[in-house]
Design a protein around this ligand. Structure first.
Ligand code: HEC
Ligand code: HEC
Ligand code: HEC
Ligand code: HEC
Ligand code: HEC
Length: 282
């Protein structure tokens, strides 16, 4: 009889405890969010949003816990906030970071945020395995002064990113720091490492000034119409591309795309983007 008075912590209580911590986390997150981006978003908005999304949240893999909070607004199919946040999933247009939509159907199109990548798991190619991988692996929940609230430090490596942010989230001007940011997880694809992938070449040099490089056609790149590639502009002045440097987002988008490896164009079917800098006419 005495034994039966010992409280039984079944699934339901465990779940309640989990919920308590999730709610506490959001409350704390938003309470400190006084200024800057997310300033229009209040605690009540976020909690209401979450409460209405319970069935969806359960589908998210346990290694991706925070994605549920963020997708409550940033997934166009879940959002009922009325605040028109930029959509990173199921949106009507792909924003600068691309779109996570493809990763729900196929792995290999970029960063998975809802289900684990079957081939890569939580291991970044060129880097060390992670314990979790979700929105808060790359972003802080509130304004930290960094471009798009990107984390200012990852794996002990400082990751300040400077850019002129397009209010429509499409055409940003990248000034500095993005390659270091990617390299904080994909260490061997950045810096002095000289790795070549098992399936052939995967690493292109970054941080190189296109206008002074011998083996790149700067004028060809500048004059190419409807370019798919992009370069970092340390001057911050799109009218003056001198000094433009190759960086990770020359060829990739940050979140995911409908192409393999979050590429900006269908690299599997053509070197189009490469030819914008490597013309064969000289
Ligand atoms: C209640 C709805 C809501 C939730 C929940 C929410 N966001 Fe947002 N988010 C917005 C809105 C609205 C904007 C655009 C206006 C603004 O920046 O305040 C935005 C903007 C952003 C931006 C762009 C900021 C910039 O520099 O312009 C990022 C990045 C972002 N959110 C990430 C997140 C992450 C990560 C989470 C989860 C921790 C999250 N959001 C949760 C509504 C939300
Ligand atoms: C917080 C760590 C982290 C950061 C920062 C990061 N990545 Fe990743 N990346 C990962 C992990 C983990 C994987 C493997 C799991 C996956 O694909 O979802 C991955 C996979 C990839 C892949 C392969 C995708 C696939 O589906 O095969 C590409 C390409 C990539 N990252 C590019 C980038 C670029 C470009 C940046 C900078 C904008 C970046 N990463 C920043 C952790 C990170
Ligand atoms: C691998 C790191 C990484 C992960 C994971 C990640 N982001 Fe981002 N996010 C970025 C970077 C880098 C940018 C800036 C992209 C650019 O300007 O090209 C960005 C941009 C954004 C923006 C601005 C819109 C845009 O496309 O530029 C929003 C909103 C956002 N992220 C929300 C989220 C949410 C919500 C999640 C989780 C579902 C998430 N991010 C996961 C790195 C990441
Ligand atoms: C000039 C173009 C270019 C630049 C710049 C570039 N990449 Fe890539 N990256 C590629 C191509 C092409 C592939 C292979 C794509 C494929 O076969 O689907 C690739 C593949 C990858 C992969 C997947 C590798 C694997 O084994 O699955 C990761 C991760 C990656 N790049 C990260 C980065 C990071 C981080 C940077 C910046 C330090 C960067 N890339 C800069 C073109 C580029
Ligand atoms: C924005 C311009 C730009 C784009 C786009 C670009 N490259 Fe490059 N690439 C460069 C520059 C700059 C160098 C350095 C050349 C030099 O030092 O003379 C370079 C160097 C190279 C090298 C020599 C690498 C080495 O280790 O020395 C190869 C190979 C190469 N690129 C292939 C590619 C491929 C393949 C693509 C498409 C996936 C591509 N590039 C896209 C600018 C670009």
């Amino acid at each position: 009889m005495g034994v039966e008075t010992i409280p039984f912590y079944g699934n339901r209580s465990v779940r309640k405890t989990t919920w308590f911590f999730i709610f506490l986390a959001i409350a704390m997150m938003l309470a400190t969010d006084a200024l800057g981006v997310h300033e229009k978003v209040g605690c009540a908005d976020c909690l209401d949003q979450l409460a209405s999304q319970v069935p969806h949240i359960r589908q998210i893999h346990p290694d991706m816990p925070e994605s549920a909070l963020c997708l409550a607004c940033h997934d166009a199919l879940r959002d009922t906030s009325g605040q028109h946040p930029p959509y990173v999933l199921n949106g009507p247009v792909d924003l600068a970071g691309g779109s996570f939509s493809a990763t729900l159907l196929t792995d290999g199109n970029g960063h998975n945020i809802q289900v684990e990548d079957a081939a890569l798991g939580l291991t970044p190619p060129g880097g060390d395995p992670r314990v979790e991988m979700d929105c808060l692996s790359c972003h802080d929940p509130n304004n930290n002064g960094n471009f798009r609230n990107l984390k200012t430090e990852i794996n002990g490596i400082p990751t300040p990113v400077r850019a002129l942010a397009d209010p429509n989230y499409r055409n940003n001007v990248y000034i500095s720091g993005m390659s270091q940011f990617c390299g904080a997880c994909h260490e061997k694809f950045y810096g002095d490492y000289n790795t070549r992938g098992a399936n052939g070449w995967v690493r292109h040099p970054v941080g190189i000034n296109v206008s002074t490089a011998t083996n790149a056609d700067f004028n060809g790149w500048v004059s190419a119409a409807n370019k798919v590639t992009q370069a970092e502009l340390p001057s911050g002045d799109p009218a003056n591309p001198t000094g433009a440097r190759v960086f990770c987002l020359t060829c990739h988008r940050a979140h995911a795309t409908s192409y393999s490896d979050a590429m900006r164009w269908d690299y599997g079917n053509g070197a189009g983007g490469c030819l914008e800098c490597h013309t064969f006419q000289r």
